[in-house]
Write a protein that binds this ligand. Structure first.
Ligand SMILES: *Cc1c(COP(=O)(O)O)cnc(C)c1O
Length: 410
């Protein structure tokens, strides 16, 4: 693959079996969108589906929609649609709440499943919400936390652990962790494994059942393109269905919500993880987003995103040397679907790129993130984005004072 050649990238696009999938997305013209790892674009059907929900379900049926349109079952029906994307049985996934809330529920549930063990082992430097919730749940349950580097997780780390918590792909560095190996290590030590697949689902194969994972959470607004704040999902291996307790014992996780019983009785299976009334309008957009995955081979996605990011990083390294330092693993098999580069002026450089139509993001303290979502990006996009970054660096365009002004979301 001659990555210094734009024509070669165009040829790659022509023969790309995933190329036609781009038509399933409504992308604004003239932009190179390298931030699908933060917020995916709408699918072409998203707008119609949201409108149809209002005009054909909610509008005409009003409260009757809960019955005639089957809204109550949507957390499980959508869960069954997410299941193949994470290598799970259809009855092991439920869609509800945010990733943070699901993590809270599953952390509590994991500790309750291992009551004689008083330690939560968690990946240091993980996504902040994961770290905050590990600390909070440990305090609530009187447990201690052991922060570890997952790459060197040892049996001694896990000796007293109820649960080990880790992101499959690290949000900043894109490091891909060995889900099968680390889960096996947990089980050998008597601990449960809880994975956060927010940064891998929809971009690469995830095999929760095959890796014997106990519990998992994931996000649907990144590579799954469900829309800002789209409801997240939770996975519970069948082996834990009967014993799992939801610490937020809300009425819609009850076995018979409309019996209005005085005491809580959990619904069988993962349905008990639902707490309160979900956002049915948000489910409509998520349904359209999941349609865009019909027939998609996630191994081919992983292969393509590795090649896209390689086109980009090879071009940057050839032109800029080590002016921008690589943060992600250099072996594409060891990283997820984005790459991170480091520069002391990361923030203004990212703003200058956005100004030139390359949408990427900045993560404190000095990291520039470039996501290579394989469903809608072309090789020529990776090439052009690299050329624009090279130009921004060589021209010093990022030094313009307006690029230093901070927005609330970086
Ligand atoms: C995006 C992401 C989240 C998001 O959590 P929300 O509750 O949806 O805001 C959580 N964990 C990880 C690892 C993520 O990448």
């Amino acid at each position: 693959m001659n990555v210094s050649d734009r024509a070669a990238c165009i040829a790659l696009d022509r023969s790309d079996p995933l190329g036609p999938l781009r038509e399933r997305f409504a992308l604004p013209p003239g932009l190179i969108y390298l931030d699908g790892n933060s917020l995916g674009p709408p699918a072409t059907g998203s707008a119609d589906r949201a409108r149809a929900f209002v005009e054909e379900e909610w509008g005409p049926h009003l409260v009757g929609g809960w019955n005639v349109d089957g809204w109550l079952d949507l957390p499980l029906r959508l869960g069954a649609r997410v299941a193949p994307l994470v290598g799970a049985h259809p009855d092991e996934v439920v869609v509800c709440d945010s990733t943070s809330v699901n993590l809270y529920k599953l952390l509590h549930a994991a500790c309750a499943l291992r009551p004689d063990r008083r330690v939560i082992v968690a990946a240091d430097d993980d996504f902040p919400t994961d770290r905050y919730l590990v600390d909070a749940v440990a305090t609530q349950r009187g447990c201690s936390v052991r922060w570890v580097d997952p790459a060197v997780l040892s049996p001694a780390d896990l000796a007293a652990a109820a649960v080990f918590v880790c992101s499959h792909v690290h949000y900043r560095t894109a490091r891909l962790h060995d889900m099968a190996g680390l889960t096996a290590r947990c089980h050998a030590a008597g601990a449960l494994a809880l994975w956060d697949v927010s940064h891998s689902v929809g971009a690469l194969p995830v095999a929760l059942d095959a890796c014997a994972v106990d519990l998992a959470v994931g996000c649907t607004y990144k590579f799954l393109n469900g829309g800002p704040g789209a409801p997240a999902f939770a996975y519970v291996a069948r082996a834990h269905h009967d014993a799992l307790a939801n610490p937020i014992a809300g009425w819609l996780g009850h076995a018979a919500p409309f019996a209005f019983e005085s005491a809580y009785r959990p619904s069988p299976g993962v349905g008990r993880l639902v707490a309160g009334t979900p956002s049915v309008l948000a489910f409509a957009a998520l349904g359209a987003a999941l349609d865009a995955f019909t027939g998609v081979d996630l191994s081919a996605c992983a292969h393509k995103s590795a090649r896209l990011s390689t086109v980009f990083t090879a071009r940057i390294a050839a032109a800029l040397g080590d002016e921008l330092t690589g943060v992600s693993p250099t072996d594409p098999n060891e990283r997820g679907s984005h790459v991170a580069l480091r520069h002391a002026a990361g923030y203004p450089i990212v703003q200058a790129l956005i100004d030139r139509g390359v949408i990427c993001d900045f993560r404190e303290p000095d990291v520039l993130r470039f996501g290579f979502a394989p469903l809608y990006l072309r090789y020529v996009d990776a090439f052009d984005a690299a050329e624009i970054l090279i130009d921004v660096m060589r021209s010093g365009a990022w030094r313009a004072p307006r690029f230093a002004e901070r927005a609330a979301v970086t």
